[in-house]
Design a protein around this ligand. Structure first.
Ligand code: SF4
Length: 116
């Protein structure tokens, strides 16, 4: 059921996108480099993903579904795993009730409001 929900979220984002995602009108093999020699294909896929209107949704789908093949959201499997590990480390460090905003963006309640 989780699979279907995640797929529907991605499909909905694609349907609402202002342009067709590049992987849907380009040779799909580019997104599945298998050998070291395919690195130029991987670079091409990443460049195309960089301008894709559903990149975030695509990457989220791949991470949640633990996709093990291909480039999704501009990242390889290794890069997705590194991102996932980084996110897990961050969520372990930060208490749930603590703001995610950087201190520099948080208001200082003792500071007077500027008069404009
Ligand atoms: S971000 Fe995802 S949907 Fe967009 S081009 Fe890349 S692989 Fe395709």
């Amino acid at each position: 059921m989780q699979d279907a929900r995640e797929y529907l979220k991605l499909a909905e984002a694609i349907a609402k996108a202002p342009i067709i995602p590049p992987c849907m009108n380009t040779d799909p093999e580019i997104w599945f480099p298998v050998m070291e020699k395919d690195q130029s294909q991987a670079r091409t896929a990443k460049k195309l993903c960089a301008v894709c209107p559903v990149r975030a949704e695509c990457l989220t789908y791949a991470i949640k579904m633990n996709e093990t093949d291909g480039i999704w959201g501009g990242l390889t499997l290794k890069e997705r795993r590194q991102l996932g590990q980084g996110l897990n480390r961050e969520s372990l460090k930060r208490p749930q009730n603590q703001s995610r905003r950087p201190r520099s963006l948080q208001g200082h309640p003792e500071q007077p409001q500027s008069q404009t």
